[in-house]
Ligand binder design. Structure first.
Ligand code: AMP
Length: 286
């Protein structure tokens, strides 16, 4: 595996590959890698001639300084894991490489998101999706991949980035990848590392509640199901922020389950001092 810290070196290397008819897959991450991240890298390796993974803890998408400071960082282990799964190229830039001037730091793509960025995560993390679009656009410009792999775990992020790619007419495919979970159902996340063991075990309740919601939808309205879910998540050490049942295309809330072809439940819950998000399709059209 080749490791680059500087954008110029990465570009120079990519140019030597002469990728005319061969595709380049790209997996952006913030590191502290787990099986969920690696599943994206594996998927990219299977479908592309070369795979680039990036590790960059993007300061502009954190709305709280303490969250940025506490974000887990395990670079040596990450390099080992990526090298083991057969990733071709790892890009680990510093902030100055990604945002070399005030201008790049300011450049947030202007995209018609139709409110996608305002609900749920957008409402609780002001400015978060601006930062996400800014960094993903910058990395796409640097790497120029044909395929971009994103996890469904960050479902709203996937929708926002896909809309950005469509709206700007960028020539790449955005590929959603399934959520990897721990044995108790907890969605894998770098943030799980910060949970004390007892809370990590207890956090399986989030996935259990999403699965229960799938049962409840046969008998109750979306509003009632959300209410029941929030109540179930009100246990010691837990503080649910939202449990929303929405149309998975627009993220708009539903009055009835038959209003949308695809319905997804999305939730954010504080467990101790760690904020976790998860989601589950309640209804999916094939
Ligand atoms: P992050 O490092 O948290 O920014 O995540 C990098 C990418 O990995 C994003 O596209 C995430 O959605 C994806 N990802 C994170 N956790 C999981 C998981 N448990 N299963 C699948 N993909 C994930």
């Amino acid at each position: 595996m080749y490791l680059f810290k500087r954008a110029n070196d990465l570009r120079a290397y990519l140019n030597t590959l002469g990728l005319k008819n061969q595709s380049l897959g790209f997996v952006p991450t913030m590191g502290a890698l787990h099986e969920g991240h690696l599943s994206l890298v594996r998927q990219s390796i299977q479908s592309n001639a070369y795979t680039v993974c990036s590790i960059f803890v993007n300061p502009t998408q954190f709305n709280e300084r303490s969250d940025l400071e506490k974000y887990p960082r395990t670079p040596a282990k990450d390099i080992e894991l990526l090298s083991k799964v057969g990733c071709d190229i790892l890009f680990m830039p510093g902030v100055d490489e990604v945002y070399p001037s005030a201008q790049t730091a300011m450049a947030v793509p202007k995209v018609a998101l139709n409110g996608l960025e305002q609900r749920m995560e957008g409402a609780f993390r002001p400015g978060h999706f601006k930062g996400v679009m800014q960094v993903v656009k910058r990395l796409i410009d640097l790497i120029n991949p044909q395929k971009l792999y994103l996890g469904q775990k960050d479902f709203q992020q996937f929708l926002v980035v896909r809309r950005m790619v469509e709206d700007l007419g960028l020539p790449l495919e955005v590929i959603p990848c399934p959520i990897f979970r721990e044995a108790n159902g907890l969605a894998m996340s770098s943030r799980n590392e910060r949970l004390p063991l007892e809370l990590r075990a207890k956090a399986g309740l989030i996935y259990k509640t999403l699965c229960d919601a799938q049962q409840w939808m046969n008998r109750y309205s979306p509003e009632k199901v959300s209410e029941m879910a929030l109540q179930q998540l009100q246990v010691e050490d837990f503080k649910p922020e939202y449990f929303e049942i929405v149309d998975s295309q627009t993220l708009l809330p539903l009055q009835h389950f038959d209003e949308a072809a695809q319905v997804i439940a999305c939730t954010a819950v504080w467990v101790g001092d760690v904020r976790l998000i998860d989601n589950l399709y309640l209804k999916q059209a094939f």
